[in-house]
Design a protein around this ligand. Structure first.
Ligand code: ADP
Length: 473
């Protein structure tokens, strides 16, 4: 009504202006009215334009065609003018309306395509099926402006809803029936639609949408998009699993190779020493020497077995931490005691501030990390060079470092030495080792929520540091 009133006012203003102020000829008035009707048609649509065309024809006749002030027409030529005016107004309005509708529907379609694109981006971003299926209903609600969405997956025999309300609006049985039939269906109300999720001709589930005004084609497209996204996520997941199991098989065989090789060396020494001892006829000094070898080599074997077992445990994710507040000094002392033999030829300098607060840690594990770093420091640097242990608070972290004056580590190696089984290129053939120590240390530190790193200069030495989070109050 408001629009009609405004339209009539518009026509009345034109009529008034031409009657009272500008005395133009009837053709000018006719064209002005025509333009007004076209504008109205383009903005508000055909219905208003036709109505106003009739009003304008009457007003034109009444005010501008002689005899003026009546609805009669004296000159038959003016009949032609009037009919031409009405026809032009209506036909032009129709064309304007068509253009308007097409623009509207093109805009709507563009909006739909944009939302479909956004939906496809969301769907393809998911890495695993579970998070994907949980997110899909809400994504579809957003993309289609729907009130409720549910999807049913045949393989999982489960329905996922966008929210609690959706459970009431969408019937599970309907969803299952559509999934099994593989054909779209309409629900009890016209704005309740179901489409199958199809990959090729195979139906993998169904999608139910309530309260969205979308074309069946769009719903169909959304259904296919979801089906493809679920298939893709499933495939990615399977691939990741098989890659993980291949990787763990590979690691297991490397571990076995490395362990058998490293076991053989101490075992050979023990066997040879024992054999010589059994053969007898040795003086005390030689016996003592052989027994020392047996003792040391069995320690080494023991450590190897321990490392291999620990690595396997870390790999399987079975690491359990017993976190309790401890002062880092306790871990340092434990580590020094356990690496006493290795450190025998190195002066050790400890710089630890007593004011450092206690930190939540698994004392045994952090002791192991430190022992590993100390062992390496002693192993890779020449005797009598100093090893320095420092601990200090940096921000919200407790940073503990072990510095040596050894050969240093090449830049290339620095990025690799924390990897399992990686051994420095320079040391590989000279110094015995398994390449497991730093990998274990890294896993243990990370399990505590910390990080481990190395700073090293060739020919000067290396500083290995690890941080532990401090719970500051
Ligand atoms: P392993 O000592 O059995 O080889 P690690 O994991 O403990 O295994 O160390 C990996 C590599 O890091 C070593 O092979 C060595 O090249 C290098 N590395 C570790 N600690 C030091 C150090 N303190 N000085 C120089 N190189 C080191």
């Amino acid at each position: 009504m408001v629009r009609i009133a405004v339209g009539i006012l518009f026509i009345a203003v034109i009529v008034f202006v031409y009657r009272a102020w500008i005395h133009a000829n009837p053709a000018t008035v006719g064209f002005t009215l025509l333009v007004a009707i076209l504008v109205i048609s383009a903005i508000w649509g055909l219905r208003y334009a036709i109505f106003l065309s009739i009003i304008s024809t009457l007003a034109y006749n009444f005010f501008f065609l002689p005899p003026i002030g009546t609805f009669t027409i004296a000159d038959p030529q003016n009949w032609v003018a009037l009919t031409a005016f009405l026809c032009t107004a209506i036909i032009a309005s129709q064309l304007a309306e068509r253009a308007r509708r097409e623009a509207l529907s093109a805009n709507r379609r563009r909006g739909e395509v944009e939302r479909l694109y956004a939906l496809s981006q969301d769907l393809l971003a998911a890495e695993n099926v579970l998070s994907l299926v949980n997110a899909i209903p809400r994504n579809v609600v957003e993309a289609l402006n729907a009130t409720a969405v549910g999807i049913f997956l045949i393989e999982r025999k489960k329905v996922y809803f966008s929210d609690l309300k959706a459970q009431e609006l969408l019937n599970e049985e309907d969803l299952k029936a559509v999934a099994n039939r593989g054909e779209p269906a309409q629900g009890v109300t016209p704005d309740l639609n179901f489409v199958p999720l199809r990959v090729g001709v195979r139906s993998v589930g169904s999608l139910g949408v309530a309260g969205a005004r979308t074309s069946p084609q769009i719903l169909d497209a959304v259904g296919s998009l979801i089906a493809i996204a679920i298939e893709r996520a499933g495939a990615v997941e399977k691939l990741a699993h098989s890659e993980a199991s291949r990787e763990s098989d590979r690691l297991r065989s490397i571990l076995l190779d490395s362990v058998t090789h490293d076991f053989r060396t101490p075992l050979t020494s023990i066997k040879a020493s024992a054999q010589t001892l059994l053969d007898g006829a040795l003086n005390d000094e030689s016996r003592h020497e052989l027994l020392t070898i047996i003792n040391e080599e069995s320690d080494r074997l023991d450590r190897l077995v321990g490392e291999a077992a620990e690595m396997a445990q870390l790999d399987s994710g079975a690491l359990e931490l017993h976190l309790e507040p401890h002062h880092i000094r306790e871990a340092i002392e434990a580590a020094i005691t356990s690496t006493k033999n290795a450190l025998a030829k190195h002066p050790v300098n400890i710089v630890v501030d007593e004011s450092i607060p206690e930190t939540a840690m698994d004392l045994r594990r952090i002791g192991e990390v430190l022992a590993q770093l100390l062992d390496n420091a002693a192993k890779y640097s020449i005797p009598e060079t100093q090893i320095t242990i420092t601990a200090e608070v940096q921000g919200r972290r407790l940073v503990t470092s072990v510095a040596d004056q050894g050969p240093g580590i090449e830049n290339f190696d620095q990025g690799m030495i924390f990897d399992k089984f990686y051994r420095g290129r320079g040391q590989r053939s000279i110094i015995q080792g398994t390449g497991m120590g730093l990998a274990i240390a890294k896993a243990l530190v990370e399990a505590h929520g910390g990080t481990i790193s190395v700073f090293s200069q060739l020919g000067r030495g290396s500083v290995f540091s690890f941080s532990l989070p401090l719970q500051l109050h």
